[in-house]
Design a protein around this ligand. Structure first.
Ligand code: HEM
Length: 167
């Protein structure tokens, strides 16, 4: 009886611990992210990181550009599009920094999901592509980058943010 209870607890505990990624992977990702994106990084550095991510997304999926007309994607250096980039990168920052707090991270991804469900044309596929773009962009910016570790943590975040979107 005790043994069965222990097995159930171990399995449930394991499942909870891996809803996003393992504690070990989360610790690496949070530490490497904070070395890149921290309070000492200037607003311009943060904007450049975000701009590189969006440029790379649009290179791979040119059809996605039109989704951002409202925020003046026609001029990618405009205040409107720069502000959009900062909102997205800010959402990513809060999510990564919450990898150690699963309930908080679940609330954040639910909120981001709700903000995307109302946008026509935003798909799960777009988020999967964003995941690939993030991995390949961050590979150039993060020291000792391990793509598997980053994928383990980023993909579940992006999946949670897009789980109710059309394929
Ligand atoms: C790391 C992943 C992402 C994060 C953290 C993120 C975050 C955000 C945030 C914070 C907003 C502003 C929401 C608001 O103020 O209402 C937003 C808007 C938006 N996002 Fe995302 N996003 C992500 C990925 C994507 C992807 C992959 C797409 C589509 C391919 C997308 C499409 C949009 C669109 C169309 C808007 C509305 C822009 C507007 O204001 O007109 N997002 N996103």
């Amino acid at each position: 009886m005790h043994f069965q209870l222990l097995v159930v607890l171990a399995l449930t505990g394991g499942a909870l611990a891996t809803k996003f990624c393992s504690k070990g992977d989360a610790a690496i990702v949070m530490e490497q992210w904070s070395a890149l994106y921290n309070q000492d990084a200037s607003g311009m550095t943060k904007l450049l990181i975000g701009r590189q991510i969006f440029d790379s997304l649009f290179d791979r999926v040119p059809a996605a550009v039109g989704l951002f007309n409202r925020v003046n994607v026609a001029d990618r250096n405009s205040g409107g599009f720069s502000a959009h980039i900062m909102r997205v990168i800010g959402g990513l920052d809060i999510s990564i920094n919450s990898l150690g707090a699963q309930c908080t991270l679940s609330s954040i991804t639910s909120h981001l999901l709700a903000q995307h469900v109302v946008r026509d044309g935003v798909t799960k596929g777009g988020f999967a592509m964003m995941g690939e773009v993030l991995v390949s962009s961050l590979e150039q910016l993060v020291e000792d980058f391990n793509p598997d570790v980053w994928r383990n943590c980023l993909m579940p975040i992006l999946n949670a943010m897009s789980k109710d979107l059309p394929a």
